[in-house]
Design a binder for this molecule. Structure first.
Ligand SMILES: [Zn+2]
Length: 173
């Protein structure tokens, strides 16, 4: 496989790098070449990349679950959680969810990106779309997250609904 920085022997790369290469290659194949990465890379290389990628996702999910269980134990015995302090920016949209640790209300702060479609000849706005990225979670029990992938795991099936709620809220202003 050839990227613009030369030849890569994919099988020789470390697992973590392989995961990045998988994401990157998939994006290039699908977005730029409009090809299935399986066809570009060949079946066996692509499936080994994909395998590692899925295993990694599973591992980091377990890791988060374990951490949440550990935090619940700490709360039960009255210890405080030593999660990193997060600070949100004013332009981030706040929305409540149930905290996965203490089950009371936690707040998720999202980055919101506006995509405005303008007809430049007419000078009119044709449409507005909003993209929502939940990036910070903060709860009064001490639980925090500042990793998009982990917040996505916490939201799980509710991810789309959550983003929709934030989108509607933002459009209402
Ligand atoms: Zn909490």
């Amino acid at each position: 496989m050839v990227h613009n920085f030369g030849y890569l022997d994919i099988q020789d790369l470390k697992r973590k790098i392989q995961i990045k290469v998988a994401n990157f290659t998939e994006a290039i194949c699908r977005e730029c070449m409009q090809e299935d990465p399986k066809i570009v890379l060949g079946d066996s290389i692509w499936s080994s990349l994909l395998n590692n990628h899925n295993e990694y996702k599973k591992a980091s999910f377990l890791e988060l679950e374990e951490r949440i269980k550990h935090y619940q134990q700490l709360l039960k015995i009255g210890e405080s959680l030593l999660c990193p302090q997060i600070s949100y920016r004013n332009n981030q949209e706040a929305e409540s969810i149930e905290c996965p640790v203490c089950k009371s209300q936690a707040t998720i702060y999202s980055d919101v990106e506006w995509d405005v479609d303008v007809d430049h000849r007419e000078g009119t706005i044709m449409g507005v779309d909003i993209f929502v990225f939940p990036v910070l979670l903060d709860c009064s029990c001490g639980f925090t997250l500042d990793n998009y992938d982990e917040i996505r795991m916490v939201l799980d099936d509710e991810y789309d609904d959550f983003c929709e709620r934030v989108r509607n809220k933002t459009l209402d202003i």
